[in-house]
Design a protein around this ligand. Structure first.
Ligand code: NAD
Length: 496
């Protein structure tokens, strides 16, 4: 059992890290032989040389994925058989929980306790959930005239490529590959160049679980090379993406320039968390607000990065918020007591510090954090930061920082709060705190966001869809709705 930082360090010594691509059931270097170095943001240690795949590898992977699909080796299996295989895959992921958690933490900087308690179990759970669902779904018979039989069926699309970000590397990937594989598709996963290691590792586990070769492939590499090649590929049927809004827009262009592949986008956010004076428990609201900006170093698409507080409770609320934030101070990511780890890399750290400087320049008042910290560790750590006196027009309230920087905005009326909450290019999530049931419902209806949390922040599980309005994207991960993205709807008319 690994309980201390030194236990994890010891575990690291025995870790053998795979950096090659996984195509047709085998690890392979990039066809060009190119690699890039994977360096840990936790303390700057070297982790692996990773295959830098490009267009040629994308072609190779799409070819084997297509062949596997056409052969029927996976898509024609009975759903109950695919279910059993995927459940074995989930079980293998859990059996390798410590190894995968260690890789996830070292690769992208999150606290080891979160990787153990959240990332790896949630990944296994996502796979199990989609697997369990697939043999309980039925197609439809249309309301036809007496001499016709109209069948409305769903069938797998074929080759699905997924391009995913680094903030929850395995979870984000599993929300896509679990329903796509359960539905019978072949799959190509392009992890972020900043966090490729767990995706590469689980490819072997997928094969071990019995997913046939060619059905699950992993292409590590950069967005502008292999990511672009997949998005432009003429034989990729579906492109599922989680990442920034800027790249999401580019992917729609690539689909238009190529084969009109279906493009499902889960993009950025700048979510409002609205605390009314009649919130049932101000301390709970303050604790949730701190967690909403500090959890996962603020590198969360649904981070509650705009905190809207009703003017009459500003004075009691702010000290509660500052107190709650004390529990979220950065520490070495391999220390099991740490709740805030390292941000993903030097570039991300500089970006966060740049936004903090902009907040100051534009006249917001820094009331907590604001600095780089733990520099002696050799890693990239930043203090959770709060700006008070923010106007929603300021850059720090409009742009996604993707770090632990909170903008506190004061409002006077519910109408004003709703106007501010919706005054954003994004529409991913929102929180509202009130004990007035009618106000909660009315406000939730008015919010232009894909997820709304009342008297909590960031709740939910696999049972409800997750995705955004507006420029937060068009796709929905999780729940039975996710299957719609990976299946084509067919109408078959039989003359009786
Ligand atoms: P990013 O858009 O920079 O990169 C995401 C992925 O796209 C990476 O794998 C990258 O290599 C690839 N990519 C980059 N350029 C590409 C191109 N031209 N063609 C094809 N692929 C390309 O995002 P990121 O920095 O990895 O992640 C942070 C972003 O992800 C934030 O905006 C965050 O809000 C968003 N996110 C959204 C959700 C959601 O569910 N809506 C969840 C997590 C993260």
């Amino acid at each position: 059992m690994t309980n201390t930082r030194s236990d994890w360090e010891q575990r690291f010594q025995s870790l053998s890290i795979e950096g090659r691509a996984f195509i047709d059931g085998q690890y392979r270097p990039a066809l060009s032989g190119a690699t890039f170095e994977c360096i840990s943001p936790v303390d700057g240690r070297f982790l692996a040389n990773v295959a830098s795949t490009d267009e040629a590898d994308a072609h190779a992977a799409v070819l084997v994925a297509r062949q596997a699909f056409e052969s029927g080796v996976w898509c024609t299996l009975a759903p109950a058989e695919r279910k059993r295989t995927l459940i074995r895959f989930a079980d293998l992921i859990l059996a390798h929980q410590e190894e995968l958690a260690l890789l996830e933490t070292l690769d992208m900087g999150k606290p080891i306790s979160d990787a153990m308690a959240i990332d790896i179990p949630a990944t296994a759970n996502a796979i199990r959930w989609s697997a369990e669902a697939i043999d309980k779904r039925y197609d439809e018979v249309a309301a036809t005239p007496h001499d016709q039989l109209g069948l409305v069926t769903r069938e797998p699309c074929g080759v699905v490529a997924a391009i995913v970000p680094w903030n929850f590397p395995l979870i984000m990937a599993s929300w896509k590959f679990a329903p796509a594989l359960a539905a019978g598709n072949s799959f190509i996963l392009k992890p972020s160049e900043k966090s490729p290691l767990t995706a590469i590792r689980i490819a072997q586990l997928a094969l071990e679980a019995g997913i046939p070769k060619g059905v699950f492939n992993v292409l590590p590499g950069y967005g502008h090379t292999v990511g672009k090649a997949l998005a432009l590929h003429m034989d990729v049927d579906v492109l599922a993406f989680t990442g920034s809004t800027a790249v999401a827009k580019q992917l729609l262009i690539y689909a238009g320039q190529s084969n009109l592949k279906r493009v499902w986008l889960e993009a950025g956010g700048k979510s409002p968390n609205v605390v009314f004076a009649d919130a049932p428990d101000l301390r709970a609201a303050a604790q949730a607000a701190a967690s909403a900006i500090a959890f996962n170093q603020g590198e969360v698409c649904t981070a509650g990065s705009r905190l809207l507080v009703e003017r009459s409770i500003r004075h009691p609320f702010i000290p509660l918020l500052l107190e709650a934030l004390q529990a979220w101070q950065p520490g070495h990511a391999l220390d099991p007591a740490t709740r805030v780890g390292a941000v993903v890399d030097q570039r991300q750290l500089e970006n966060i510090l740049r936004y903090i400087a902009i907040g100051r320049e534009q006249g917001a008042e820094l009331i907590a954090g604001g600095n780089r910290t733990l520099e002696e560790s050799g890693g990239q750590y930043v203090e959770p930061t709060i700006f008070d006196g923010v106007s929603n027009a300021m850059t720090i309230a409009q742009e996604e920082i993707f770090g632990p920087v909170l903008s506190l905005i004061t409002f006077d009326t519910a109408e004003q709060a709703l106007q501010i909450a919706n005054d954003s290019l994004f529409g991913l999530a929102a929180g509202v705190w009130t004990r007035d049931l009618s106000k909660a419902h009315t406000f939730a209806r008015g919010l232009r966001a894909g997820s709304v949390w009342v008297n909590q922040y960031d709740g939910g599980d696999m049972t409800a869809p997750f995705g955004g309005f507006k420029q937060s994207g068009n796709g929905r991960d999780k729940s039975l709705h996710a299957f719609d993205k990976y299946t084509e709807l067919k109408a078959t008319w039989i003359k009786l």
